[in-house]
Design a binder for this molecule. Structure first.
Ligand code: CU
Length: 455
């Protein structure tokens, strides 16, 4: 009965939302179908949440506990393993990771919603730094249902990043992508696209723990690298992007991805065909899909605490400003998560990425990051990075640079599924003597931030 009421409500909301999508001038007619689908995905969980805010009895499926009581198995989108293993795209993390999201059953469909909105005051030192306030984040909606062991799921992820402007935010030593289509974005982190993921996944079970899956995303995330930084347990509490983003996980927003994979127990093997070109500077639209690049990834979760992956990708002409250069990217990473007590946990990831460029340049990047929840409200985090970068020095020389970020966050529970966090972080930047003058003495960055989470 509640489901039916929800459906009626969502139909009305849906109509409103679809109008928004249909009138978007940047979407050609042939691309409207995914937009409609996504409108539906976003409308349905939102409508269900509206219901819970009304004078209705709490719904049985509102929490993980509620779900367990109804006898639902919370399995992953790609096979018969615990859902907490699923991270961004088709990537895995340790299944001890906390699962974020509001859950509602609507008939046979399980709907989930999750949102994070940051408000960050950022001050980066020296001539190449700057002071700015910006508000990154994401809103994610998922819908999944079982067909006697097989599983169909949809995911939509949107970001408010484009509203911060094409040139993103100040971040010393960050490089990658462009704000104007003619010069590279340096010492600034690019905004993510409004549409970060619109994807569909179908998984077919063969036996108890074996399955094959097909993932389509436009945009989506190919099988390359660890889970994207804002989706992995060790990185999601850190307000800034890693400077090694383009060495490891920058392909998380790719306009056109098809991934086929095989899950056998704790192993996953997958292959992707995707668009090699990074998103362009117009962050509100959908870029052209080319499917000209390939990636392979092997993932192994030996126990609930660990997730290991190794991947290779051939990226055809990834950079808009360097279109004749192709890239072979190699990555390997290990993630660890453990929980104890109520809301206490430790999550850590170590990763290496190599950009092997077709013009002979070979650039390595390494990062290690951790988030420690001493109590449900308290988080301490840190990230250390080192990379070989050939864009930061205006002479084009390859330079080894690094950073170390330390910070903390306190979360206030505003409601059952809503938290407001206050935090601060400090970054030490390490720059070789040869380019020190342009960064000033003792380059560093400070961030003061709030974070609103719906989870
Ligand atoms: Cu990114």
């Amino acid at each position: 009965m509640k489901d039916r009421a929800g459906a009626i409500l969502s139909r009305r909301k849906l109509a409103r939302r679809l109008r928004l999508f249909t009138f978007s001038p940047t979407l050609p007619a042939m691309k409207l179908r995914p937009a409609l689908l996504i409108g539906l995905l976003i409308a349905a969980p939102a409508a269900a949440q509206d219901m819970s805010g009304m004078a209705m009895p709490p719904m049985a499926g509102m929490s993980m506990d509620g779900m367990a009581m109804t006898g639902m198995t919370m399995t992953g989108a790609l096979g018969a393993y615990p859902m907490t293993r699923d991270a961004s795209g088709t990537s895995w993390q340790p299944q001890s990771a906390e699962h974020h999201g509001l859950h509602v059953m609507a008939g046979d469909w399980m709907l989930m919603a999750h949102a994070t909105l940051w408000g960050i005051y950022d001050s980066q030192s020296g001539p190449r730094g700057g002071d700015e306030f910006f508000a990154p984040g994401m809103v994610m909606a998922m819908a999944g249902r079982d067909f006697g062991g097989d599983k169909l799921s949809f995911r939509a992820m949107l970001s408010p990043d484009p509203f911060m402007g094409k040139s993103g935010y100040p971040l010393l030593l960050a490089s990658g992508e462009t704000a104007n289509g003619t010069t590279p974005l340096l010492d600034r982190q690019h905004p993510h696209d409004l549409f970060m993921e619109l994807s569909a996944t179908y998984a077919h079970s063969f036996a108890q723990d074996q399955s094959a899956f097909l993932y389509f995303g436009y945009p989506g995330e190919p099988a390359l690298g660890p889970p994207a930084f804002m989706h992995r347990a060790s990185g999601m509490d850190i307000p800034q992007a890693p400077i090694t983003h383009h060495w490891l996980d920058s392909t998380h927003v790719t306009f056109g991805v098809v991934t086929a994979g095989w899950v056998a127990g704790d192993w996953k093997l997958e292959v992707s065909q995707f668009t090699g070109r990074e998103p362009d500077q117009n962050r509100f639209d959908l870029d052209a899909a080319k499917f000209d690049s390939t990636a392979l990834r092997a993932t192994f979760n030996p126990d609930p605490h660990w997730s290991l992956q190794a991947s290779w990708g051939f990226l055809k002409s990834p950079e808009q400003l360097d279109p004749t250069v192709n890239e072979n990217r190699f990555t390997a990473s290990a993630s660890y998560v453990t929980n104890w007590g109520e809301g206490q946990s430790l999550a850590a990831t170590f990763g290496w990425g190599l950009k092997d460029l077709s013009d002979g340049r070979r650039l390595n990047g390494i990062f290690a990051e951790a988030a420690y929840h001493a109590a449900p409200q308290w988080t301490a985090f840190g990230r250390a990075e080192w990379e070989q970068n050939d864009e930061l020095d205006s002479a084009g020389k390859t330079r080894a640079v690094g950073d170390l970020t330390l910070g903390g966050l306190y979360d206030f529970a505003l409601a059952d599924h809503v938290r407001l966090g206050l935090g601060a972080s400090y970054t030490f930047d390490f720059v070789p003597g040869a380019i020190t003058p342009s960064y000033g003495a003792d380059p560093h960055g400070t961030m003061l931030f709030t974070r609103l989470s719906l989870q």
